[in-house]
Design a protein. Sequence first.
Length: 351
Amino acid sequence: MPHERRPRLTPPIADVRRAVRGALVSRGLDAPRAAARPPLLLVALSGGPDSLALAAAAAFEAPRAGWRAGAIVVDHGLQPGSSEQADAAASVARDLGLDPVLVERVEAGAAPGGEGPEGAARAARYAALDAAARATGAEVVLLGHTLDDQAETVLLGLARGSGSASLGGMAARSGRYARPLLGIRRATTRQACLDAGLAPWDDPHNADPAYARVRVRERVLPVLEAELGPGVAEALARTAEQLREDEQAFADQIEEFIEEICEPAEAGIAISSAALAANPAALRQRVIRHVVDSEFGVSLSRVQTLEVARLVTDWHGQGPIDLPRGIRATRAGAHVVLSTTGSTEVLPHDH
């Protein structure tokens, strides 16, 4: 039975609720008015302050916006007592009135591509969230990433020399996933929990300096704030938002451009070498990445993209380039052909 907790409406609680309300009534998350039963959203709940504040706000706001709200707790099994903690988080979710509440146990083994334990845990977590959404028919899964998480993501991308797509950070909406708290500071979510009488759980991994994200959080950002003044995290988050807007504009233009310069090829697609050569390197590389991703579902690294681009800008008769998942890039006459078989035959284009 839901716990009758009616916290005093403090500014932190109001801020988190407002963020959730804005996400639920924004374009793309409007609940169908004529639906026989309100659509379902799930909150990805760990029990930490961010996801707990999100769960409490969703429990309050969802019914008012025409949604049902449930929760999914993922137990990675990476530390002693994780099972008990997952059950405790699920109990709090039920007390808040969320229904259904699911607990999924996963095994975070080695992630493909050598991403290490963090990548393995992330992959297992999202697989469990996807499975829970399918099983319950949930249309949306709310994630508790905050402005601080966004700032950390941008700094990590800078340190790794990532391109603008990576520096754009996390999207407020991506497929079934929504992140209402990207404009909310972590300190606000913690205070919202305290004001609501909720006791958040602090994951020991979030204080372990073995993880790069923790070092950014505990050491790098505080130094930047101390040396450059307050507002660094907000500035990084704004930068991410601006870069995401730029990326979307490029993506829209590339969609139209690709229609003009690509032709079908056996087991793949052919791109006009002359059209690629006539455009700036930034656009040329984006076209190559976009074609490979949309045609084969593979994300190329910058190094791999540049290797393919050399078939246009520095081709001296060199042979094909092998890419992940059996994809091959080959220069064939006036085209760069991307295929899964290495075929270079360009098929007749129907107009």
